[in-house]
Design a protein around this ligand. Structure first.
Ligand SMILES: Nc1ncnc2c1ncn2[C@@H]1O[C@H](COP(=O)(O)OP(=O)(O)O)[C@@H](O)[C@H]1O
Ligand SMILES: [Mg+2]
Length: 175
């Protein structure tokens, strides 16, 4: 095989790079994780929140948006509604805007353009619930946070797996 023209798997498939797995004992722990990620977040970041219904994706987004508002000296929004029907909700925090997407009801990945996904990626921070709905349009550079239920008998407990698909490892270690 000609090494010069062979497609390089290394270049096309970014390896999964787990940052860490965390046990979240209760809602307060989920909020603390969101606050740590918010402390490390920068414009143009994409944070993909996956996991089943009711696992805490929107609660994570709420705590994240409130923490970022405080960091930028803005009054935290009274309400951070779940964008279940609007699909996107934006928060202008002065120095940065947060775009909170809930793509559960997105019919086709292409429809995300109408929601302003490109604009969000230009200089906003995108928090995306149901990121799998974007298929191949999901931005490659991102932090994946996969939430799951910790198990029966522990209704408040969750597991979070953080996968670095950018430069989050270094940023989160000192967050
Ligand atoms: N550890 C936890 N983290 C997040 N939410 C929790 C936790 N324990 C209980 N909850 C509850 O689970 C629900 C999560 O709802 P929500 O964030 O809307 O889920 P999703 O957006 O994933 O569908 C909330 O009612 C919240 O109070
Ligand atoms: Mg939700």
């Amino acid at each position: 095989m000609d090494a010069g023209t062979a497609p390089s798997a290394r270049m096309t498939a970014a390896p999964d790079r787990p940052v860490r797995r965390e046990s979240l004992a209760d809602l307060a722990a989920t909020r603390r994780l969101a606050e740590r990620v918010a402390a490390a977040a920068r414009p143009s970041d994409v944070i993909a929140l996956s996991g089943p219904l009711g696992v805490g994706k929107t609660e994570f987004a709420r705590a994240f948006i409130r923490a970022l508002a405080r960091r930028h000296g803005k009054a935290p929004p009274d309400e951070v509604p779940s964008p279940t029907f609007t699909l996107v909700q934006t928060y202008d925090l002065g120095a940065v805007a947060v775009w909170h997407f809930d793509l559960y009801r997105l019919e086709r990945p292409d429809d995300a353009a109408e929601l302003g996904l490109d604009e969000a990626l230009a200089d906003g921070i995108a928090l995306i619930e149901w990121p799998e709905r974007l298929g191949g349009m999901l931005p490659r550079g991102r932090l994946d946070i996969a939430l799951s239920y910790a198990g029966p008998g522990k209704p408040q407990a969750r597991e979070a797996i953080l996968t670095d698909r950018g430069d989050w490892r270094a940023r989160l270690s000192d967050a």
